[in-house]
Design a protein around this ligand. Structure first.
Ligand SMILES: [Ca+2]
Ligand SMILES: [Ca+2]
Ligand SMILES: [Ca+2]
Length: 316
């Protein structure tokens, strides 16, 4: 009997921990874990200027409990907590929609309703705080206009381009252009925004994550070290007098399966100084071209070229 109790306890305690562990992360949230991802400070076309809504995004890979979280706003006077007592859970890599009333976005249920939401159209500084009053995200500046968004009807929302980058950087925000949209307002007009969904523009490739280095040696093979953002596709080709000599890496897709990270992915490839037909190349000037393609669009985003000098014909 005692043994059975012990066994039950052994099984029970870890399962309790499993239930509460993800939610406990709410108290250990760090700055940037959850961010303000889209702001309809201008309201909606059908519902008017008062029909405001805000979308939060969870950058982490676990659900976060938003109980007692708040958003402070500050425009010209002193800061006040205009959205308080938030409750609910934002899923891992998911969205959380705060509406002034649930009809602001008629066909999408709000995750939290804040009837006192009233964003100054001239611009505000918003501060997202967790239940311990710790600052988790900041957007905008006091006495400065909003970074994006259009008030004139049919109203266009203000979207954050990269949820992993600062909300205070002006160039990390853009206006929804009306091409990628979802949701309808009180009068069943389309919302020019993406409430509860991925923003219309996603980040391009970060330049600082792209690099290429040629380790030139007297004898082949020549080693090319490269770094590209994880998730992106990369090609490395060797050119001689603008003619393609050899493809070393062709839109390497293995990287696309990796979990997107803030750091780049390092790799290296070797060139045996032979062309595509297997013949050794002549001595002369060559260049290695690194091309990086965005994961989402497949669009070529970045080119990086490095010269290579082949001095001798190798008889290896
Ligand atoms: Ca709604
Ligand atoms: Ca407003
Ligand atoms: Ca959105």
């Amino acid at each position: 009997m005692r043994k059975k109790k012990k066994l039950l306890a052994v099984l029970f305690i870890p399962s309790i921990m499993l239930v509460f562990l993800p939610l406990n992360r709410a108290y250990g949230t760090e700055r940037g874990d959850v961010v303000i991802n889209e702001i309809a400070w201008m309201g909606t076309a059908g519902g008017g200027g008062g029909d405001e809504w805000i979308e939060l995004f969870n950058n982490t890979g676990y659900p976060v409990c938003l109980d007692n979280w708040s958003i402070e706003d500050e425009s010209y006077g002193s800061a006040n907590q205009f959205i308080t007592g938030i409750s609910g859970i934002i899923p891992a890599k998911g969205y959380f929609l705060i509406e002034k009333d649930d009809d602001c976005i008629r066909n999408i249920p709000a995750d939290f309703i804040s009837p006192i939401m009233d964003l100054n159209d001239k611009g505000e500084k918003l501060t997202l705080k967790n239940g311990n009053k710790r600052v988790i995200d900041v957007v905008g500046r006091i006495r400065k206009p909003w970074y994006a968004g259009v008030k004139k009807k049919p109203c266009y929302s203000m979207e954050r381009t990269d949820p992993a980058c600062s909300g205070r950087a002006r160039d990390n925000w853009h206006t929804n252009k009306g091409a990628v949209i979802n949701g309808i307002d009180k009068k069943e007009k389309s919302i020019n925004g993406t409430p509860g969904a991925k923003n219309s523009r996603v980040p391009g490739i970060k330049k600082e994550l792209v690099s290429m280095r040629i380790l030139n040696s007297m004898i082949p093979p020549l080693v090319i070290d490269y770094s590209v953002p994880s998730g992106a596709f990369a090609s490395i080709r060797i050119y001689g007098r603008d003619k393609l000599v050899r493809t070393l890496l062709n839109e390497e897709s293995g990287m696309a399966d990796r979990e997107p990270a803030k750091e780049g992915v390092q790799g290296s490839c070797v060139w045996d100084e032979r062309d595509s037909y297997g013949g050794m190349v002549e001595p002369g000037e060559y260049r290695a071209l690194l091309e990086v393609f965005a994961k989402d669009s497949g669009k070529k985003e970045f080119l990086f070229s490095e010269p290579i000098k082949i001095k001798y014909i190798s008889f290896k």
